[in-house]
Design a protein around this ligand. Structure first.
Ligand code: DAH
Length: 366
């Protein structure tokens, strides 16, 4: 708009400003029919910004309407009041319509946001998946319960040992051939991962002295190549009973009673002479197959018996080194592996399955 034109006809300038507003306002007027569903919250926010720009262009200092205001003083006195009124009215109308559109847009933004953030309280919750006890732990707990009921304490001890506790104190001196099948893993500073829970016999006697009745369940390690019946890490339960007058008869009675409670009253136990450096005499023990009752089946390899562990009368050297006088006390000890027992009980053909932590496998044993 030129100066000459404005002087010629200020009124037409107001009309022009008004017309420009009307044309451009179309876009916002159309939004009046929009609902929260038809307009995304991002679109509504874009429109809000566009409306703010639009307001500056039509009502701001540099707007055509603002220019018209400046003209008021220049209009001839007889038409000035009417012109002033026209400008004011136009301004009020434009302000009002923009405010209305703004309010509407605002409510659309709120509604769209509400829709996006809505929480459906009727949806079923996400339940945490409950785990269950590992089959080996289950078996260990059953064994613990039986021995606790027989008056035994549960000892939990270290898995990293010195050569002394893993071998020497158990009457296995350096270069003794019994070290070979018990070979284990060593740390660079000379510690050994225990290869048997028999180590706990020494710790427990040193800590608690005699008389003592305890079992020690736990992890042991061997330098074994994994195969269906071997794993370099497995579980044992050690048992020790030291008191005055303990004999082999107590050992037999205790093991037999444990196995009856474990596998049923009909279970028969058998002892076979054997050798262990830390017991004298020593015996291995078997029990009648829990599946066939002794007749012979796939589980007991047709023998009717399942081999379970080693045992014997604690060697006087072991008692002595643990600070117990073998002239006063005697004791029996036994050790059994629970992984193979677990595999037999659950009919597994590979014990490694128990250590792979595959949930699809483990969840079968809930
Ligand atoms: N520690 C033996 C092993 O790992 C098992 C064992 C045999 C433990 C005889 C004993 C025992 O306490 O008296 O093969």
């Amino acid at each position: 708009m030129t100066d000459s034109k404005s002087q010629e006809d200020p009124k037409s300038q107001v009309e022009a400003a008004r017309k420009a507003f009307d044309e451009e306002f179309e876009r916002f007027a159309r939004l009046r029919d929009a609902s929260a569903q038809s307009l995304s919250s991002a679109d509504a926010e874009t429109e809000e910004r566009a409306l703010a720009d639009f307001r500056t262009r039509h009502l701001g200092k540099k707007s055509a309407l603002s220019a018209c205001k400046k003209l008021i003083g220049k209009v001839a006195p007889d038409g000035r009041a009417a012109f002033g009124q026209l400008v004011q009215q136009t301004e009020a109308e434009i302000t009002g319509r923009i405010a209305e559109a703004d309010e509407h847009l605002n409510s659309l933004v709120q509604a769209a946001r509400g829709e996006r953030e809505r929480i459906d309280v009727t949806l079923p919750g996400r339940r945490p998946r409950r785990g269950h006890i590992h089959p080996i732990t289950k078996l260990r707990e059953r064994i613990e319960d039986i021995f606790v009921s027989l008056g035994y304490a549960i000892e939990d001890d270290r898995e990293i040992e010195t050569d002394f506790y893993n071998f020497a104190a158990l009457n296995i001196p350096e270069n003794h051939p019994a070290r070979a099948p018990q070979d284990t893993f060593y740390t660079t500073d000379g510690f050994a991962l225990r290869s048997q829970t028999s180590t706990v016999q020494i710790h427990a006697l040193q800590r608690r002295g005699a008389p003592l009745r305890m079992i020690a369940p736990g992890r042991v390690f061997r330098r074994d190549t994994p195969d269906p019946t071997h794993n370099p890490m497995f579980f044992q339960v050690e048992g020790l009973c030291v008191d005055r007058g303990i004999t082999m008869a107590h050992l037999k009675g205790t093991v037999a009673e444990f196995l009856r409670r474990m596998f049923g009253a009909q279970t028969v136990t058998r002892f076979r002479p054997s050798y262990f450096p830390f017991t004298e005499p020593s015996a291995e023990f078997d029990f009648s197959c829990f599946k066939c009752g002794g007749g012979g089946c796939r589980i007991c390899k047709q023998s009717g018996w399942i081999e379970l562990g080693g045992s014997g009368m604690v060697h006087p050297n072991v008692l002595r080194i643990a600070g117990v006088d073998p002239e006063i006390y005697s004791g029996f000890a036994f050790g059994l592996g629970i992984d193979r027992m677990c595999a037999l009980m659950y009919g597994l053909d590979d014990i490694r399955l128990l250590f792979e932590n595959d949930v699809r496998f483990l969840e079968q044993f809930d």
